[in-house]
Design a protein around this ligand. Structure first.
Ligand SMILES: C[S@@+](CC[C@H](N)C(=O)[O-])C[C@H]1O[C@@H](n2cnc3c(N)ncnc32)[C@H](O)[C@@H]1O
Length: 205
């Protein structure tokens, strides 16, 4: 991720995202573990809140096919541009981008027809008391898309649409997005937690 003249500019080849890719560090990442990758089976994933595209890129870099949904036209255009640039950068990046499909639309409408194995949800997080800790790129994104006030509704649609599981990325210490259901388990990163909601029994009824 890099910044130009105060504008948001996405870059999968450079910054922390590119570094992690070049080091091949994706497999052990808590998001990848939460998404339920198995040695012999990689799930089909919809990233319902594509945003800056970093989570989708991580999941695609370890082999998953990822459909990225983004409802902001402005953010969708930034993502489309970043994916095209990454694809032209190197054959290795082009391989990853080939597994990523970007769609402009609201996930609450698209998920019921897509019915993927796994849905990833990462809504704009509630404001922090210490705003200095919020990264500049997230502030810029927030100035474009605002707060995702309808995240609870998205979560309910995701729970009804995912064949296997929903993974919610949420600040480590924030109260739960939904009072119920409770997550089956969770993985933690430095500042966020990945709550896993298994849906297989619910959706096969
Ligand atoms: C916090 S960002 C996601 C960051 C992303 N996980 C990443 O790795 O860069 C949230 C994004 O989800 C989008 N979003 C929120 N609700 C959505 C919905 N119902 N459908 C599609 N996009 C949504 C917002 O416009 C915003 O760009």
């Amino acid at each position: 991720m890099s910044q130009q003249t105060g504008q948001l500019r996405l870059d999968f080849a450079g910054g922390a995202v590119g570094y992690r890719f070049r080091q091949g560090q994706g497999r052990g990442h808590p998001l990848v573990r939460a998404a339920g990758f198995k040695k012999d089976r990689i799930p089909g994933i919809v990233d319902a809140t594509a945003g800056l595209g970093r989570d989708s890129f991580l999941l695609a870099s370890v082999g998953a096919k990822v459909v990225m949904l983004e409802r902001s036209a402005e953010v969708h255009a930034l993502l489309a541009d970043a994916l095209a640039r990454a694809s032209a950068e190197s054959p290795e990046l082009a391989d990853v981008v080939a597994r990523m499909t970007l769609i402009h639309g609201d996930a609450r409408e698209r998920l019921p027809e897509l019915r993927p194995d796994v849905v990833i949800i990462d809504p704009m997080h509630p404001p922090r008391r210490n705003t200095a800790l919020v990264k500049q790129e997230m502030r810029l994104l927030s100035s474009i898309v605002g707060a995702d006030e309808d995240a609870d509704e998205l979560m309910r649609v995701a729970l009804a649409s995912a064949r296997e599981r929903v993974v919610l990325k949420w600040p480590l210490r924030a109260p739960p997005l939904l009072e119920s259901p409770k997550p089956s388990h969770q993985f933690t990163g430095k500042t966020v937690r990945y709550e896993v909601f298994l849906t297989a029994t619910r959706t096969s009824e």
